[in-house]
Design a binder for this molecule. Structure first.
Ligand code: C2E
Ligand code: MG
Ligand code: MG
Length: 575
């Protein structure tokens, strides 16, 4: 270095430079031509952890990490001897043992005759910069909530895996997983609970993946998985099965016990697609098929699935139009007193009368209406129609009849539900005590507190609540006791086997005795034969029954005829 500085003496220059070396953040070391450290600055100590006393006289080799091979150092020294200089990124090791990256510049210092005097090494610690870079990479390619790869990384890996599979001819699977009723958790327990739930799901799924597989949270409650090296498509089904099992165990979120499930769709390459977009779309289509057939299941993509999805979209579209066109009619099925055989009330069951004259059963469109949220306006239409009709029959001398209307869990999630029901009762003039709402056990899945408070508000008005399809869902006796339920409806699947099927007989008998003990009324659904009726009568439960034995659900006019049969004379003379 040329040591002239305008107006300064040699001494002053030296002092100035030594101050600079003392405060700069770059580590500096000076070594002899033989390679022994002669001097280091304070930043050297701060970065490497070695005091001057610990390194002076030693070879800089003490800083060497094992991250570079011999060729790396040979190249470095060749550059220094040929050009007098080398700079680059290098990993060294601190006194603590920690390896760290630095930017290092080594310069050979020669005297006037060209003889080597010293080496000067100046280096900058890159640890923080690297960490920031890694963090940015992590944030760009990972999901902040679960730390899993995000959609960008997933698509990237899927693309690479597909190219590899194309070369090797291997099978590759994409799984699309979507939690069932996740929205309900978010709505009823709050977003924090939703976040915790997603993190728990990721913890459960991670151990099910093999090293080469990728699990990704794609967004919301949707996860994708890439399965490589499948021997046969069935391998993916095994993974799907393990996923469903691992999610089935109850979990606790913010002090609430929850049960969750997921719907899983599987697409296999090359059969179901050879590019990432297509494969993921087909896995998603399969997932929706599985969801439609009920919670907690998996489905493979099949060729005609694509067509069916189109048909589903068509149905949804038709359903929306049908709401606007008022194509829904309520039918009524009598609920009959088991002992006296007289009509106690009726269940309102909706029918879709399409413009082409066909009638669609609710089993076909209610699940879709629930999935799309259309059940909310549809449910209101049914409730209003049924209440208006019940009020007419009450005015005709049948004020004792109890009207039962099905209430979907999606409706119960609506904040305005209680007001809506109240407004409909007011508009139609039906007393609240004439109305029973049938809920299913699916509402226990989430938001017990919310279900509890809404149902309580309804019962305070005088409405009663029945638990529908009892025994098919997540029956929990403690819920039965804690919710304001007055009636248990035994699902028709248990009545069907009576009286010969011992298992059904045992289930029905115990449900009846549970109901008796809890002071609940029992209604048996789907009674089709005299033998079934006799079995129920013998249980002495004093409740009611519905079923084809007495009558199918019928239009209002036909129901009026059934009523007339009971009170001869009222309908006399009418056709
Ligand atoms: P659910 O509430 O359990 O209604 C009983 C179902 O059993 C009705 O089917 C009824 O027609 C049928 N059923 C009655 N007696 C017998 C019998 O003796 N044998 C057999 N095999 N079946 C019998 P439906 O009308 O097709 O309704 C199916 C389901 O759709 C209902 O089950 C209910 O969950 C839902 N649903 C119907 N209407 C509505 C509605 O307005 N709102 C909501 N949320 N759900 C509805
Ligand atoms: Mg029902
Ligand atoms: Mg039922």
């Amino acid at each position: 270095m040329e040591s002239t500085y305008p107006g300064l003496s040699q001494d002053e220059i030296l002092r100035l430079l030594s101050t600079v070396l003392g405060v700069c953040r770059e580590g500096v070391s000076i070594t002899s031509p033989e390679g022994n450290i002669e001097w280091v600055n304070p930043a050297f100590t701060a970065i490497t952890g070695y005091d001057a006393g610990e390194v002076v006289g030693r070879n800089p080799r003490v800083l060497k990490s094992d991250r570079h091979d011999d060729a790396f150092y040979a190249d470095m020294w060749r550059a220094i001897s040929e050009t007098g200089h080398w700079s680059g990124e290098i990993w060294n090791r601190r006194k603590s043992g920690e390896a760290y990256p630095e930017w290092l510049a080594i310069t050979a210092v020669r005297d006037g005759s060209g003889a080597l005097q010293r080496y000067v090494a100046v280096f900058h610690d890159l640890t923080d910069i690297k960490r920031d870079k890694d963090l940015i990479h992590q944030q760009t390619y990972h999901d902040a909530l679960t730390d899993l790869p995000n959609r960008f990384l997933f698509q990237d890996r899927l693309g690479v895996a597909l190219r590899n599979a194309a070369k090797s001819g291997g099978l590759l699977g994409v799984i699309c997983l979507d939690l069932d009723r996740f929205r309900a958790v978010n709505d009823s327990l709050g977003h924090r609970a939703g976040d915790l739930l997603l993190a728990e799901v990721s913890r459960r799924l991670t151990p099910l993946m093999r090293q080469a597989d990728t699990l990704s949270r794609y967004g919301g409650d949707t996860f994708y998985m890439l399965l490589t090296g499948l021997r046969e498509p069935e391998d993916a089904a095994h993974v799907a099965g393990r996923i469903l099992t691992s999610l089935a165990a109850p979990l606790e979120i913010l002090g609430q016990e929850l049960r969750i499930s997921a719907s899983v769709g599987i697409a296999i390459s090359p059969n179901d697609g050879t590019d990432p977009g297509q494969l993921m779309r087909n896995a998603e289509i399969a997932m929706y098929t599985s969801k439609r057939s009920g919670p907690s299941g998996y489905a493979f993509f099949t060729e005609d699935l694509g067509d069916r999805v189109l048909r589903g979209l068509q149905l949804e579209n038709d359903l929306r139009k049908a709401l606007a066109r008022d194509e829904f009619r309520v039918h009524y099925q009598p609920r009959v007193d088991l002992l006296t055989g007289s009509i106690q009330g009726m269940e309102a069951l909706v029918r879709w009368h399409r413009s082409d004259g066909s009638v669609v059963s609710p089993a076909e469109f209610i699940p879709l209406a629930e999935e799309t949220g259309l059940i909310v306006p549809l449910g209101e239409i049914v409730l209003e129609q049924a209440c208006r009709q019940a009020r007419i029959w009450a005015d005709e001398g049948h004020a004792h009849l109890k009207l039962a209307v099905n209430l979907s869990a999606r409706q119960l999630e609506q904040p305005g539900l209680v007001d809506t029901v109240m407004a409909i009762l007011e508009r139609t003039g039906l007393p609240p005590t004439s109305l029973e709402l049938e809920v299913t056990e699916s509402l226990f899945l989430t938001g017990f507190e919310q279900a509890h408070s809404r149902l309580s508000a309804l019962t305070v008005m005088g409405i009663t609540v029945a638990l529908d399809d009892f025994g098919t869902g997540y029956s929990s006796l403690s819920y039965l006791k804690r919710l304001p339920i007055t009636t248990l409806k035994i699902d028709k699947s248990f009545i069907g086997g009576l009286p010969s099927d011992q298992e059904d007989a045992a289930i029905v008998s115990s449900v009846v005795s549970i109901a008796k003990n809890l002071g609940l009324e029992v209604v048996a659904e789907g009674v089709e034969t005299e033998e079934q009726l006799e079995f129920l009568k013998a249980l002495d439960c004093g409740g009611g029954f519905q079923g084809y034995l007495f009558s199918k659900p019928v239009p209002a006019r036909d129901f009026a005829r059934l009523l007339a049969r009971e009170t001869p004379g009222t309908e006399a003379g009418k056709p």
